[in-house]
Write a protein that binds this ligand. Sequence first.
Ligand SMILES: *Cc1c(COP(=O)(O)O)cnc(C)c1O
Length: 428
Amino acid sequence: MNPMACTQNETMWQKISNGEFRSMVESLTDQQAADLSAAYGTLNYKPLPVNIIRGQNARVWDQSGKEYIDCIGSYSATAHGHLNHAIVNALKEQLENVAVVSRAFNNAEVGLFLHGLAEFCGLDRVCPMNTGAEAIETCIKLARKWGYTVKGVPADQAEIIVFEENFHGRTTTIVGFSSEPGYKAHFGPFTPGFKIIPFGDVEALKAAITPNTVAILAEPIQAEGGIICPPKGWMTQVRELCDAENVLLIWDEIQVGFYRTGTKFTFMHEENAVPDLLAVGKALGGGILPVSAAVGKDHVMKMFQPGDHGSTFGGNPLGAAVALAALAEFETGDYSTRVTELGEKVIAKLKAANLPAIKEIRGMGLLIGIEVHESVDSYAMSHALVERGILTKETRKRTFRLTPPLTIEEDLLMEAIDRVIDAIKAVS
Ligand SMILES: *Cc1c(COP(=O)(O)O)cnc(C)c1O
C-alpha cells in the first residue's frame, strides 16, 4: 500500500474518532464530495452536480451555502420535511435508551409500532422490514405461502400478476418482473412465477388470471413509471376481481402512501379497494431511517410461522420510535386538506403558464409529473432546474416530478413553481 494513502487514512480515522466528522464534511468542497463518490462508489447512480450537506423542511444547502428547494423529497421518503422536529425529538429520546436488539427478544417499542401501524392502516398485522424492496419480497412470500397452503395451488406453480412499467425495487426477484430493460439487463436468470400485463386494463387482468394466480401486485399510481394514474374505478374493479377469483390484492404504496396523493393511502380514493397486503416504506421512516413493512389482513399474515421470514434490523426500537413519531405527525396534522389544496394550486399554476414544451401534467396531491415534449432536452432541463435552485429529476417518459415534502411552506412551493416555469421556458 502507498505510504501516503496510509497516513491519510490514519488522519481520517483519527479525526473521526476525535469527533471531527462534521468538520470534515464541511471542509470538503462540493466538487471534492462528488469526486469521492465517483472514485470509491459503484457507478449505479448519475447524480446531479449538487452536494447536499444540510436540510430543514423543504430547503437544503450545499457546502458553498447555496440554497435549494427540495422538489423531489427523496422520492417521498422526506414527506415530513428534512429533520422534522417532533420526529428528531423522538429519535433523540430513543437514543438515550436502546437502539437495536433484534427480534430474538421482545421489545416494547416494536410492540407499540406493530400495533400503531396496523391501526393506522386499518389492517390486522405487520411484518416490519427496512427497505421497500424487502417489504415487497415479504408480500411475495406471504402470498405464495397462502397460495400453496390455503388456495391449494400445486407446488411451485404460483403466479403473481404485475404490470408493465411497474417499479417495486431492485432485488433480483423484483427486477426480474420489471418491464424496464435497463433494470434487468445482465442480471438474470430471474425468478419465475410473474406475469406482466398492461396497467389499468381490467379486461387484460381478467384474461391473465388462472387457477394458479395467487396475487395481483400493483402500485395504485405508477410513480417511477411516469406518474401514471389508472382509469377511475380500476382499483375497485381489481378488488372485485380478486374477490371473485380468490386472488390476493397487494397494493405497493411505498411511494404513493401516507397522504402523498391527498388521502391516507392512494387506494382510499376509491370505494372498496382495500388490499389483503399493503407494502409501505419511504415516508414511514420520517425522513430519518429506513423503515418499511408488509401490513395485511389476518388470513394472510398468519401464514408466517417462526423461522419463515425475518430481518436483523426489521422492527428495531430506534426505527420503531421514529416511525411511530412519523405516523403521529400524520394522525395529528391536517395533511389531507393541505396536500389536496397545494396539489390543485400547483397544477392550476402550471396550466395557467400555458407552456408549449409541456405535453401533459399528471398527478394527484403532491405527486405531480410534468411530461415534456420530445423536443425538450431533459438533461439540459435538469441542469436548468439546478441552476435555479430546484432539485428534482425526470423519471421515465420524460416526466419531471414534483414530489416535495408534504410540509413545504405554501409560498416556497409557489416560488418553486415559478422557477420551474422559468427553467422550462429557458430550455424550450
Ligand atoms: C421506492 C419504491 C420501492 C423500493 O423501495 P426501496 O426502499 O428503494 O427498496 C418499491 N416500490 C415503490 C412503488 C417505490 O417507489
